[in-house]
Every structure is written in structure tokens, then in C-alpha cells.
Ligand binder design. Structure first.
Ligand SMILES: [Zn+2]
Length: 136
């Protein structure tokens, strides 16, 4: 039975929950720390080998050179990819990340965004910025 990793939005603590695939669709998951129902599953952190493989597969697809070339031409597609990557990792990438994604989805190119957000370079250094998140 797979173990899912959750994070409680109320008390910000993480916990694991063991659910069968049948249970997963209908289960109401409560935070064991505070009893809150306001929990999110950390997608992609399922500790079962098959899901781990499919997660790796999806990361491989993201770094496919042909696909990246397409992303270069379409900032909106890049924005969508970054947004879904962030959702898959289940991490809050920070306000700067969201700013970049919003601008990409509005059609700005990465070059334009870099020029208009001077701090972007420094955010990359701690892995929470523009390119962060893939090297888990
Ligand atoms: Zn809680």
C-alpha cells in the first residue's frame, strides 16, 4: 500500500498517510497534529517504486531537448510547464517564482523577465528561483 506524504496548511507540519488506491479517491485526510482538514498531498513523493518510476519519466520528458526547444519559442508554454512542475514537487517556490510564471503566461520572454526583475539571479543561487526544483 503506498504511503503518501501530506502537508498541513494549518500547522505547516508534514505527515505520512497510508492509503490504498481505492481509498485515495474518497479518503478524508485529517492532520494528525492539529486535526485540520486543510491538507495537501505532496504530489510526486509517493513511496512506491512504480510511481517513482513514472515521476522520473515525467522529469525526463521535461528535459527532452526537442520539448525544451519548443518552450524557448513559447513563453506561455514554459510558464505552464513551470507551474505544473511546481505543483508536482508540492513545494512553494516563492513569490518570485510565481511572478516569473505569471509573466511567462502573459507572453513575456525569459530575457524580458530577467531584465525587469533585477534580483532574479540571486534567487537562483539557493535553488528556489527560476531554474530550481528539478535536482531533487
Ligand atoms: Zn495540522
Amino acid at each position: 500500500m503506498p504511503v503518501y506524504e501530506y502537508r498541513c496548511l494549518d500547522c505547516k507540519r508534514r505527515f505520512d498517510k497510508r492509503l490504498s488506491f481505492a481509498e485515495y479517491d474518497n479518503a478524508v485526510v485529517l492532520c494528525p497534529h492539529c486535526g485540520g482538514k486543510n491538507v495537501t498531498r505532496k504530489i510526486g513523493r509517493v513511496r512506491v517504486s512504480r510511481s517513482e518510476e513514472s515521476r522520473l519519466q515525467s522529469l525526463e520528458n521535461m528535459s527532452d531537448p526537442a520539448r525544451m526547444a519548443d518552450l524557448d519559442r513559447d513563453p506561455r508554454e514554459l510558464g505552464r510547464m513551470m507551474r505544473s512542475m511546481s505543483a508536482e514537487l508540492g513545494e512553494d517556490m516563492g513569490s518570485e517564482f510565481h511572478e516569473v510564471v505569471n509573466r511567462l503566461e502573459a507572453g513575456q520572454t525569459p530575457d524580458e523577465i530577467e531584465k525587469s526583475i533585477p534580483d532574479l539571479g540571486s534567487a537562483n543561487d539557493d535553488g528556489a528561483g527560476f531554474t530550481g526544483g528539478l535536482d531533487d
